[in-house]
Design a binder for this molecule. Structure first.
Ligand SMILES: C=C(O[C@@H]1C=C(C(=O)O)C=C[C@H]1O)C(=O)O
Length: 285
């Protein structure tokens, strides 16, 4: 029997336009999980290909390569990578910040941003809703993914239909929601790449998988309305908000995204190995 190629999939709503309707070829076998689970699966070899946290791709640039045309990136606000806090950002010196165990990349981004603001804080792993953790004494709470999107909306909503995208709120009733991708944009003027599709250089993905991904992405972007409606119902959010959330992503790792990626790599992991962005066919023996 031929071996099935092992693939890992982080299946947050932000990759719905790529993964929801993908027809995986029968040469692959897939497992699903949150970013830290898929990072670990790729690094310890349980899977050979996965969308992973950007920081792990950078840290392991010697053994991993990434597809040259796939990303989960944004230019400006992302809405789902949020620090919830009550004191202003500039007053977070000495703060205790709770981190979700699902994230690696956004934790590294938070560290870069805090360092840039010369804020020394204590970072601790703690799960739970942002409000509960703040009430329990944390000064800041980092949340990512679908639950962070929902908690942002719960914190600042409801947002009425006539509110412009330019006026989407980021605080209410003393609760501040700092969008880390927006903060990165203000610092660098570049997109932030949250995830790439990485593979072990010694076990690149088969071409039929990449064809399936590209076809799924084309179809998904073409049906963003349907995908948004489906996920809005699942998340309990207005369709309009989810459609804005999804169209806002940059899924193709284009030149501006690569600038942002390189800049983050140099700030977060000085001395990292060169990043390999390569079509696996070019790496095949
Ligand atoms: C934009 C997001 O990006 C995700 C954040 C990740 C992380 O923080 O490690 C990993 C994968 C990304 O898909 C999000 O979770 O909302």
């Amino acid at each position: 029997m031929t071996r099935l190629y092992p693939v890992g999939l982080i299946h947050y709503t932000n990759v719905a336009p790529i993964l929801d309707d993908i027809e995986l070829p029968d040469t692959v076998t897939a497992v699903r999980g949150v970013p830290t689970e898929m990072n670990a699966a790729l690094l310890d070899g349980r899977v050979s290909f996965a969308n992973i946290s950007i920081i792990e791709f950078i840290r392991h640039a010697d053994t991993l390569a990434a597809l040259p045309d796939f990303s989960v990136a944004v230019l400006g606000a992302v809405y789902s990578v949020n620090l919830f806090h009550r004191r202003p950002w500039a007053d977070l010196h000495g703060a205790r910040i709770a981190l979700t165990a699902q994230s690696a990349g956004s934790v590294a981004l938070l560290e870069v941003l805090l360092r840039h603001s010369r804020l020394n804080v204590t970072l601790e792993r703690a799960e739970g809703h942002a409000r509960d953790l703040l009430d329990a004494g944390y000064d800041g709470v980092l949340r990512i993914g679908d639950s962070a999107l929902r908690e942002w909306y719960d914190a600042v909503g409801p947002i009425h239909d006539d509110v412009s995208v330019l006026d989407l709120p980021h605080q209410k009733d003393g609760l501040i929601v700092t969008d880390l991708a927006q903060k990165w944009f203000e610092l660098t003027g570049h997109p932030f790449v949250f995830a790439v599709w990485a593979y072990r250089k010694d076990d690149p993905p088969p071409p039929e998988l990449l064809r399936a991904m590209r076809m799924a992405r084309r179809r998904g972007i073409g049906h963003l309305g349907d995908i948004s409606a489906r996920h809005a119902a699942k998340l309990g959010l207005p369709e309009r908000v989810v459609q804005h959330y999804l169209w806002n992503f940059r899924y193709h790792l284009e030149a501006p995204d690569r600038l942002g990626l390189q800049e983050f790599a140099d700030l977060a992991v000085p001395g990292h190995a060169p990043l390999t962005l390569a079509n696996p066919d070019t790496l095949r023996p």
